[in-house]
Design a protein around this ligand. Structure first.
Ligand code: NAG
Ligand code: NAG
Length: 288
């Protein structure tokens, strides 16, 4: 192996280990966007398709992990994936939406509003394709409870534990371990089967709630602040009884799974609602 090649391998390995996994994993983002897809109006679908990069092959879900792959290229985007709180089960925009240097509006809620406004405004200097890819990703993230986790432990990232027999951490349990386990246990490792099952629930068990999920009275911003508030409450439950070096198994898994499934469903429905407002011409948002 040439020296350059070796260096490359080492760099990639280092990047893979960096504590950057601050997002639903690939599956979670794919599922959120696939669910959203089914709720888009035909105008929104046309608008979305026109902005997708060619490598997406016309599929919104293909671009929904792009933002995670850009965290090293666009370092400024790193704090846009989450909004941690002091741990009082509340999210307060004024208090919590800032980066570690205290710059205001730099958090996942600010980013959702930012990119929604950018897509509304044809004179925006931001690249609309990137705005769409960021927006689709961040609406997923704000629904992952540990993205509104506690500041002190970096949203559960420093709570090292075992998920069954494997090493993990609390953040990762919520990003991907629960989803991977469910795909294996109930869906034959078939992502599409899990998506269909969630979709089925949305139109069946959850059909009466679904309208409330998408309701958003604000004319000027999205309702991402409300979604962060919900996540902050769910995060408190997620931390309960979990200590450094614990082993989490069946008991935790069966408590977390319904929450994860519902958050994926809500993320999808709400992403569609935001895109429908942007591209559908109904209830237009204004620039913030
Ligand atoms: C808004 O988007 C721009 C362009 O991508 C970015 O530079 C800026 O940091 C974003 N601000 C927030 C609060 O998301
Ligand atoms: C569907 O809803 C039921 C009842 O709320 C729940 O037990 C089940 O886990 C849900 N399935 C999925 C895939 O969300």
């Amino acid at each position: 192996m040439g020296l350059l090649m070796l260096l490359h391998v080492l760099l990639v390995a280092a990047a893979a280990r960096a504590p950057a996994a601050q997002a639903w994993g690939k599956e979670g983002h794919y599922m959120t966007c696939k669910i959203a897809d089914g709720f888009l109006t035909s105008e929104a679908l046309t608008g979305v398709k026109a902005l997708l990069p060619s490598w997406a092959n016309g599929e919104l879900a293909e671009v929904c992990s792009w933002a995670d792959s850009q965290r090293f290229r666009y370092r400024w985007s790193s704090p846009l994936h989450f909004a941690d709180t002091p741990g009082d089960c509340k999210f307060s925009y004024a208090r919590d939406c800032h980066d570690t240097k205290g710059n205001k509006n730099v958090c996942v809620v600010g980013a959702i509003n930012n990119y929604t406004a950018a897509l509304q405004d044809s004179s925006s200097p931001f690249d609309p394709t990137e705005s769409l890819m960021f927006l689709a990703h961040f609406v997923g993230d704000v629904h992952q409870p540990l993205h509104c986790g506690h500041v002190d432990d970096l949203g559960g990232n420093t709570i090292k534990l075992r998920w069954y027999r494997r090493k993990s951490n609390l953040h990762k349990v919520w990003d991907s371990d629960v989803i991977t386990e469910a795909m294996k246990d109930f869906f034959n490792k078939d992502q599409d089967a899990m998506i269909e099952s969630i979709q089925h629930n949305i139109t069946d068990d959850w059909s009466s709630e679904e309208k409330q999920w998408e309701a958003c009275r604000s004319k000027t911003t999205t309702c991402a602040e409300k979604y962060a508030q919900e996540s902050a409450v769910l995060a408190c439950d997620a931390y309960e009884g979990v200590e450094q070096d614990d082993t989490l198994g069946d008991e935790y898994y069966f408590k977390a799974l319904p929450v994860v499934q519902k958050r994926l469903a809500q993320g999808g429905v709400r992403l569609a609602a935001i895109l429908n407002r942007i591209f559908g011409g109904n209830g237009r948002l204004q620039s913030i």
